[in-house]
Ligand binder design. Sequence first.
Ligand code: AMP
Ligand code: ZN
Length: 482
Amino acid sequence: MTDAPPLRLYNSLTRRLETFEPVHPGEARVYSCGPTVYNYPHIGNMRAYVFADTLGRVLRYKGYKLTHVINITDVGHLTDDADAGEDKLEKAAAQRAQSIWDIAHHYTEAFWADVKALNITEPAQWTIATDYVPRMIEFAKSIADKHCYELPSGLYFDVSTVADYGRLARASTEEGESRIDPVDGKRNAADFAIWRKTPPGETRQMEWDSPWGKGAPGWHLECSVMSEETLGFPFDIHTGGIDHREIHHPNEIAQNQAYCCTNGLEDPRNSGAKIWMHNNFLVERSGKMSKSSGEFLRLQLLIDRGYHPLAYRLMCLQAHYRSELEFSWEGLGAALTRLKRMVMGIEKLKQRVESEPAGQADMSLHQIGEAISDDLNTARALVIAESIAASKGYAGDRLKAIAECDKVLGLDLMDVTRADLRIRPKSATITEAEIEAALARRKEARAAKDFATSDAIRDELTAAGVEVMDGDPLGWDWKLGE
Ligand code: AMP
Ligand code: ZN
């Protein structure tokens, strides 16, 4: 589907909507900053990958051959995005007296399970940071003379050696600088470590020999190296959450400029990627989403409370990726109902399609093309899919058109059933087979006008947390309470 209109995307670097023009004709190369695997991802983190997946789906829909790379950060990300604190993985390993490698493995698997549950397309490649350390040392060596200086704690990048440092960042300088802890001897507040030396007398679980002594790479260096190695500079699009716009990505861009040996950001080679895209945050009512405070909003918690993970995907798609999105259980419930209604519409169309002659296709597809080409307007694409389900016309054509929409939405609309979408809390004490059997007995009792038995069965079900829903408009006979 290469039809007009052209794809327009918001580039955080130029702060404009730009028409996508691939570096390599017909191709789209995308790099997404991956998770730091010291803990489970929260659903805010997963919003970043639903967004990256939507971008990938749109690029494919528009006919580009997509190469998508997502990294796994298993070393180097400090407890503060700037140069303060400890390595998140070293810290977790010390607290839990476990090997870093085991921790990284466990949380990488957990992340991949969420990726699958949210119907996020597997990227062409997952790059694991620790696999690229020798390449990182080579990269650092190639820029060290001109752009770096050594301190007892590591090799630091001097941000005054590149033009346009920090163009990407939006926070005011003052705000930005106050977030950066001073390190003795730094030439500029924003300078950052590209190699962190193991302090004398200490041994880290993860450390490598380098020209600057034993140590570990800086987090920013990792993404520069993995993106260059897998996609080549310049590649098309680099994505990440909006927090990365302030420190991580400006630092990546500075390194990329240094590596490409020419200065200034006018030449796209120098920034590494032509377009830098950032999803806004999923927030809780109380403010920032965090892995430590209160109830930890993991996808598994949503599933344990009985919600299908695709309801969360739909919740993300309802908002534009550049808007903040507030999570609430009511909002998730509303997204689930919306998904159920769409699926019910599709189930009805599937029943009708057998008996109807074929019609002429091309239903509203230009509208879908228009919506997604407008900086990924998924909220509009959802409405279009719904209106196709509700419109007049041949059932077969409408199903085909909805399947086209779902290539972009990724809601598994053609296969997911209403039964899959039932609320199924982990805490339920009654099985579905038991509920169905009780309801069958109740139906018999009602047919025999034995209302005492029918009421008694209903009371038993209520006591087990089952709400009996006679005459429900979505055709549900029962619902399990949370
Ligand atoms: P991390 O594991 O902290 O490196 O984060 C993984 C991805 O999630 C990054 O792209 C972050 O920018 C993004 N991210 C972190 N918190 C949120 C949030 N609350 N909402 C959306 N994206 C987030
Ligand atoms: Zn990154």
